[in-house]
Design a protein around this ligand. Structure first.
Ligand SMILES: [Zn+2]
Length: 305
């Protein structure tokens, strides 16, 4: 059977194994379940872990959204989407977060709150947060089993001593359901609180490292921190204390990407989540339209009255 007419590219045995692994991951929140990651027709490190999860879980008639750094149009997202379109006949793709049943993402969680009927698949390069403090996988397994994260906490403490704050910007170690600490993939700190009590199931897949783990719906997800140095997300206030806004849609509540304006040479900011940005634009346009229509009606009433 050729890749083009076999639904989901992977053979049925491989898909079953990945589904079983995902079930185990849900049953033990945050535990990295090993699986026999298959060769995919793309390099390891290009999201093969996320892709294998998506291909195993997606069904005919469902709708998929693929994003990379919040954008549906970046190279990684476009290539993964076209591969899935090619190998999963009967699956629709969308750029709308609302319309998607399954969302595969690299480096972001959508700005919009996800629902119970949605599934988020995150692509993971390095699944084990303990790798920075312990080289041996055997020893890391024991530390995870005993929920002994003291060396990770020492690492965070060293950051505070050196820089007065915890400097981790991405892959912030997060404790799931009061036990296992996970690497939540390279999402910014901004997205970490979205894992906490998320109505949607979050599955994380590391293809090269052959691990799958999960944050099940409505599960506790707490970033590691200290009582006197609490966790905080990125700060988007400018030097005058004003919250920076998206230069495109004007949103002041989203995660912003920084750009340098090629003409003025000044820093400008834009929503990282392109679907969110488009939606805010539409809302702003319709609000201004409504205002102009109601103004016209008022003027007419005044003229008629
Ligand atoms: Zn925007």
């Amino acid at each position: 059977m050729s890749a083009s007419n076999h639904f989901g590219f992977l053979d049925e045995y491989a898909k079953k194994e990945i589904r079983r692994t995902a079930l185990k991951a849900v049953a033990i929140p945050g535990y990295q379940v090993p699986y026999s990651s298959r060769e995919m027709p793309m390099g390891r490190g290009f999201g093969t872990g996320g892709l294998q999860l998506t291909l195993s879980l997606l069904g005919k008639g469902e709708t998929l959204k693929v994003i990379d750094q919040g954008s549906d149009d970046s190279v990684n997202a476009v290539n993964l989407r076209s591969f899935i379109e090619m190998t999963c006949s009967g699956v629709d793709t969308t750029i709308s977060t609302d319309e998607a049943d399954v969302i595969q993402s690299r480096h972001r969680i959508p700005e919009k709150d996800l629902r119970e009927d949605q599934l988020l698949v995150l692509q993971v390069p390095y699944p084990d947060p303990l790798i920075v403090v312990e080289a041996s996988e055997n020893k890391r397994k024991t530390l995870h089993g005993e929920a002994d994260y003291s060396r990770l906490l020492v690492k965070l403490y060293e950051d505070i001593v050196k820089f007065d704050e915890i400097t981790i910007s991405h892959r912030y170690p997060t404790r799931i359901n009061d036990h296992y600490v996970i690497d939540p993939s390279p999402i910014p700190r901004w997205d970490v609180p979205k894992l906490h009590q998320s109505p949607a199931l979050v599955l994380l897949g590391a293809g090269r490292e052959k691990k799958i783990y999960a944050v099940p719906p409505y599960t506790k997800a707490e970033p590691l921190a200290f009582e006197d140095v609490p966790f905080r997300v990125e700060d988007f206030t400018d030097k005058n204390g004003q919250r920076r806004h998206c230069q495109r849609c004007g949103c002041t509540t989203s995660f912003l990407d920084e750009f340098v304006d090629s003409k003025s040479g000044e820093k400008v900011y834009q929503c990282s989540d392109s679907d969110w940005c488009n939606e805010q634009m539409t809302k702003n346009v319709s609000m201004s339209e409504i205002k102009s229509i109601s103004n016209k009606v008022n003027t007419m009433e005044v003229a008629n009255g």
